[in-house]
Design a protein around this ligand. Structure first.
Ligand SMILES: *Cc1c(COP(=O)(O)O)cnc(C)c1O
Length: 495
């Protein structure tokens, strides 16, 4: 299986090269040239396998330059009992006959980013061996909260790698910040940026396309790579859990083999819901992909009008991992819906970077409408949804998950569609304790660590063990930089 760029289809790469590069040099996203197909027989086989085995099977279709043995080993490291607090890894919890929750936060940082970021460092490390690369990979990450910690945790002390994480200074939750600034590892760096997530992400993109910096770093024995969801090694492990969830529903008698499901995904950078799209394109029986946004609803408007327009106010919400105005992975979807037309994609992306907006062709508009339904949820509705789920189902959900649930309900009301729907639960409620406690009518205590205990006392839900262990960890990182100082910060880190 070969990979090419969404902005230039003339060059071909192996999976290992694509994972090592992260982003294509032309600024495009590296994308598989074919979509492998699965059928009912494959799904039946998958039903009897562990999550780790399912992972090796699905990833093997796309990573043809890795062996099954390698992939299974990576999956066992990534999703083993020392990392995940449940053997199911990505369990499906039933809410009612037509509604299920795919819980993706049972890993070491209590957010769904672990599903990919426990895997990516291993894929990358193997890629360096396969390509004979001798330089050290420096991972630059811009994070709206969860990616940063997930990447730090995945890359800490992985040989031949260093990692630097930038997060928006006032744009992440107290627990998220604490998780990052206390990170262990000799190869890690953390810095907050005065600005929002898009500022941090633009800074990282700027550094990536800065030839001068690349040259300086090459002389020092480094090359830049990415752990953001622009890296194919981030998207692929996420395809697995959609297929896995389907298999679980059938195995447990909650769905008939072949029946369609909807997936409703709380969306930011469009990585998670793109993985669902790939699962559908592979042949998984999926009806509608429901794209849930918070008040940063650029995707809702785009899916409804075909106009992507980032020229709008940026809102800081209680679901910070979705506070994003430029959803990078939309580029892969548009590329696919255009039939692999790199010139068309280049046009849209040029217009996005110059004017902050683009309008897709009528053909793409029609394809979008067939695959996706977009909706958004404001802060009050998000809180009301958390409260209602706690009251009616005794199910404590975090604000990101609540956005998905709220939009799922809007979708049902608007369309009358009764297809079984799986919403994706992307973070433990403990990561956003202040918002969750307020929503269920409790006054959150000031200290974020004491809040963990408060929440446990009020709800009886177990505190994730790694969050509990934050108590007593010392802060290692204090650095703050202006957005135009990010280059300097990186050069200093890689001295
Ligand atoms: C990153 C994240 C999202 C958004 O996922 P994307 O792949 O960026 O669309 C949603 N919820 C949580 C908790 C996240 O960390």
């Amino acid at each position: 299986m070969k990979y090419y760029s969404t902005r230039d289809t003339s060059l071909r790469y192996d999976a290992a090269e694509a994972i090592q590069m992260g982003l294509s040099r032309d600024g495009g996203l590296l994308t598989p040239m074919e979509i492998p197909q699965i059928d009912e027989r494959f799904l039946r086989e998958m039903m009897t396998l562990s999550y780790q085995e399912r992972t090796a099977r699905v990833m093997g279709f796309y990573l043809t330059d890795y062996t099954q043995e390698e992939l299974l080993g990576f999956a066992e490291n990534a999703y083993g009992p020392d990392k995940y607090d449940t053997a199911a890894v990505a369990p499906v919890r039933t809410v009612d006959a037509k509604t299920h929750s795919l819980e993706l936060w049972h890993g070491p940082t209590s957010a769904f980013k672990d599903m990919a970021l426990q895997m990516l460092p291993q894929l990358l490390s193997a890629a360096l061996r396969k390509t004979g690369e001798e330089k050290t990979a420096c991972i630059l990450v811009a994070t709206s909260g969860d990616t940063g910690k997930g990447a730090l945790e995945g890359f800490a002390d992985v040989p031949q790698t260093k990692i630097m994480v930038f997060y928006p200074k006032d744009g992440v939750s107290a627990i998220q910040e604490l998780q990052m600034v206390t990170q262990d590892g000799a190869n890690v760096g953390v810095c907050s940026v005065v600005g929002n997530f898009d500022d941090a992400q633009s800074g990282v993109k700027r550094i990536f396309s800065d030839l001068k910096i690349r040259e300086i770093l090459a002389e020092r024995g480094y090359f830049l790579s990415s752990a953001n969801s622009i890296n194919w090694g981030r998207i692929l492990p996420q395809v697995v859990y959609y297929i896995s969830a389907y298999c679980d529903l059938v195995r447990d008698g909650r769905l008939e083999m072949g029946a369609k499901v909807n997936f409703c995904v709380p969306t930011g950078n469009f990585g998670d819901i793109l993985a669902a799209y790939y699962a559908k394109r592979m042949g998984l029986p999926v009806n509608m992909l429901i794209c849930a946004s918070n008040s940063n609803n650029v995707l809702t408007d785009f899916l409804r009008t075909g106009v992507y327009d980032r020229n709008r106010p940026f809102h800081t919400t209680m679901s910070p991992s979705m506070d994003i105005l430029i959803s990078s992975n939309m580029e892969r979807l548009i590329f696919d819906l255009s039939g692999g037309n790199d010139a068309e994609v280049r046009g849209y992306m040029k217009s996005l970077s110059e004017e902050g907006r683009y309008e897709v062709s009528d053909a793409i508009k029609a394809a979008l409408a067939a695959e996706y339904w977009g909706g958004c949820c404001g802060e009050e509705d998000c809180a009301a949804t958390m409260a209602a789920y706690w009251k009616n189902h005794h199910y404590l959900i975090d604000p990101h998950t609540a956005v998905a649930v709220n939009v799922m309900e809007q979708y049902r009301a608007a369309t009358g569609d009764e297809t079984v729907t799986v919403f994706v639960s992307t973070a433990s409620p403990y990561k956003f304790g202040d918002s969750v406690l307020e929503a269920i009518g409790e006054q959150p205590v000031e200290n974020s660590l004491e809040r963990l205990e408060q929440m446990h006392a009020v709800t009886g839900v177990a505190v994730p063990r790694r969050l509990a262990a934050l108590r007593g960890k010392e802060r290692r990182f204090h650095q703050v930089c202006e957005k135009l100082e990010m280059e300097e910060t990186v050069l200093e880190f890689l001295k």
